[in-house]
Design a protein around this ligand. Structure first.
Ligand SMILES: [Zn+2]
Ligand SMILES: [Zn+2]
Length: 313
């Protein structure tokens, strides 16, 4: 780390000297070239057995460590502070105290307010590292919007980037197809699809072919406010009972085995291409959710029938 870490011992707001013998004893073994016969050098370099390094400046009343590594170097800093009764103060971070009692000796209110007491069992380089560079908590991502016609399978990914459309950090980005000359190919969040913002702003649609007749409002919902299908070829939206079906997921032969009605729609389609039964069955057996040929599984929102179509590259 390129900013300094200070080690001070305070009494009533004033720094007081740490025991020089202890400084020599703790830092001597990792001092490059060793300690001089007596006293402390003006400034010196440390190198620890794990390859970690630091530069040290100051004297027994105030030691600063700069360009320090995590690992054994910070363990040495922790040991030094523990044995001299000192406080570790990373720049712009809370000071680390060994006892609550040390808080009142700190020189100003802000330091006193922010200082953290680290119990003896945790008083190691790791505790210092936690304050210098906290390990980020796993991010809680917001709930995804619900789409009446799409399960979101295969078309969203976590991201920390803001959405190109709304500028918000939504935690999710849409990764499916986008249609429209003005529309960005990527970077739109699923909320901008759900709320129609991307459709309105860019004239974008996310689907462009509905396979069957549906009311105008359902068609607009599917084309403009529903994510697309993560397909290899131009996708098409299946319909049933006069409405758009709900897209469930890309599916392979194993999953489709649970949905004979869907397999039947696929079989009829292949037969319609003029394929002989043997070839049709071979093709159906080769369907794979992760690589072509792939089936796209839908569910009728009215009668719950499963439907599918398939494509290959
Ligand atoms: Zn957005
Ligand atoms: Zn139906």
């Amino acid at each position: 780390m390129s900013y300094p870490l200070y080690v001070f011992k305070f009494r009533d707001g004033e720094p007081v000297p740490m025991k020089e013998a202890v400084i020599r004893e703790v830092l001597g073994p990792v001092t490059v070239g060793g300690m001089p016969g007596r006293g402390l050098p003006e400034g010196w370099n440390l190198r620890a057995p794990d390859g970690g390094e630091a530069e040290v400046y100051g004297d027994a009343t105030s030691l600063s460590f700069v360009h320090f590594s995590f690992g054994l170097i910070l363990d040495k800093v922790a040991e030094l502070a523990r044995r001299t009764g000192a406080v570790v103060m990373p720049l712009d971070r809370p000071a680390l105290l060994q006892r609550e009692h040390d808080r009142r000796h700190l020189p100003d209110d802000d330091l006193r307010a922010r200082a953290i007491v680290v119990p003896p069992s945790a008083w190691t380089g790791r505790a210092i590292q936690q304050v210098v560079r906290p390990v980020p908590e796993p991010r809680q991502r917001p709930l995804l919007p619900r789409f009446p016609y799409h399960s979101l399978a295969g078309v969203v990914a976590p991201t920390d980037e803001p959405c190109v459309c709304c500028g918000q950090e939504r935690g999710w980005v849409y990764t499916g197809p986008v249609y429209g000359a003005e529309a960005p190919d990527e970077g739109i969040c699923p909320y901008c699809i759900a709320f129609g913002k991307a459709a309105e702003r860019y004239g974008a649609t996310f689907n462009d072919l509905i396979d069957g007749e549906v009311p105008g409002e359902a068609a607009r919902e599917i084309l403009e406010r529903t994510p697309g299908i993560p397909a290899w070829q131009s996708p098409r939206w299946l319909t049933h009972c006069g409405d758009g079906a709900e897209f469930l997921k890309p599916a392979g032969a194993g999953e489709l085995a649970h949905f004979p009605d869907a397999v039947e729609t696929l079989r009829r389609e292949c037969t319609g291409w003029g394929w002989l039964p043997e070839r049709v069955e071979e093709y159906l057996g080769a369907l794979d959710a992760d690589g072509p040929p792939t089936a796209y599984l839908f569910r009728c929102r009215v009668c719950d029938t499963r439907l599918a179509y398939s494509d290959f590259t």
